[in-house]
Write a protein that binds this ligand. Structure first.
Ligand code: ZN
Length: 322
């Protein structure tokens, strides 16, 4: 059971554990009753969900699948109102969970259950049960984090006769992964192939290179294998002067992807289509002005910005106040 769990230190004093262990043996629910008697519609739904076609669970003389034991005791998704005395709820289990929450063990995962069947359940059987906090483990460290296993045992009765036990174990834990310590994600890498390698070679030298058809002299950007004007495949390059204006832009509000978040605060940012004085257009970030100061016609100037140790990109700095 729980093969990933290890004692943190068997001899380390753990005052919290002593408090938690005092809950062992206390009731979690007393004289509680099932919401419905054992009934055929619930049996049918269960069998459909499980794909169980056994004739034992159908028609006159049907019994309930023994593994449905817990289903007869479940309260539903919505918390039962305080006035519902069928829950038999005792304050001990809530107190135990509050103690763990308060100590920072706020995450929970169900780890396993064990059931024992003492008597078949039949439609019409009235279900009652008691539940007890059976044990709390010493502090353990698992792959999920460090915490305590809490085991409850439910003793289920049908028409007052013992029908089975349901033992249920959860791990209340403090997550091993601290989101605030996560490294900021990197921007996606550009896809560099034989058709655009020359462009990225230019970026590495802080030169923005525009392709030029050597047959008809048409400039083109982004880089393409052939000329859209004359279909010529031969080309050379001209280096952009770096002057341009915002031709169009969008402001990204949501969802923000941290790698594209220049403010680091999840705020909006502008992405512009910049028309270079040479006549071609290029998509890039506008820097140096707040996102809401970016406007069509804004004069910008090319510069190269290091995004991370392995990535430099052309960006456009507003050359006036916006
Ligand atoms: Zn051409």
């Amino acid at each position: 059971m729980n093969p990933g769990a290890q004692d943190v230190r068997a001899d380390a004093p753990d005052p919290l554990y002593e408090q938690l262990a005092a809950y062992a043996g206390r009731p979690a629910a007393t004289a509680a009753s099932g919401k419905d008697p054992v009934n055929l519609p619930m049996i049918r739904h269960w069998c459909e969900a499980m794909g169980d076609t056994s004739p034992a669970y159908r028609g006159p003389g049907a019994v309930a699948p023994p593994t449905m034991l817990q289903a007869w005791t479940m309260r539903g998704l919505a918390p039962a109102p305080e006035s519902d005395d069928r829950t038999g709820r005792s304050p001990a289990y809530d107190g135990l969970l509050r103690l763990l929450d308060g100590a920072g063990y706020t995450s929970v995962v169900a780890t396993d259950c064990e059931q024992e069947y003492l008597r078949l359940l039949r439609p019409g059987d009235l279900i009652t049960y008691d539940s007890v906090i059976e044990s709390v483990s010493p502090r353990k460290t698992t792959k999920l984090g460090t915490g305590y296993f809490v085991t409850t045992r439910m003793d289920v009765r049908a028409n007052g006769e013992p029908a089975g036990t349901h033992r249920f174990r959860i791990l209340k834990y403090r997550s091993a992964e601290r989101p605030t310590q996560r490294k900021a994600p990197l921007r996606p890498r550009p896809v560099i192939n034989r058709d655009n390698a020359g462009f990225w070679a230019g970026v590495a030298e802080h030169r923005l290179l525009i392709q030029r058809c050597t047959r008809c002299a048409t400039l083109r950007f982004p880089w393409l294998p052939g000329c859209n004007a004359c279909a010529g495949q031969e080309w050379d390059t001209v280096e952009a002067s770096g002057e341009g204006t915002v031709f169009s832009h969008v402001v990204m509000h949501h969802p923000s992807f941290p790698a594209f978040d220049p403010s680091g605060e999840g705020g909006p940012y502008a992405v512009a289509l910049v028309e270079l004085v040479e006549g071609v257009r290029i998509v890039g970030n506008v820097v140096g002005v707040p996102y809401d100061k970016v406007r069509v016609g804004l004069p910008v100037r090319l510069e190269f910005q290091r995004m991370d140790p392995d990535l430099e990109l052309p960006v456009f700095r507003a050359s006036e106040g916006g």
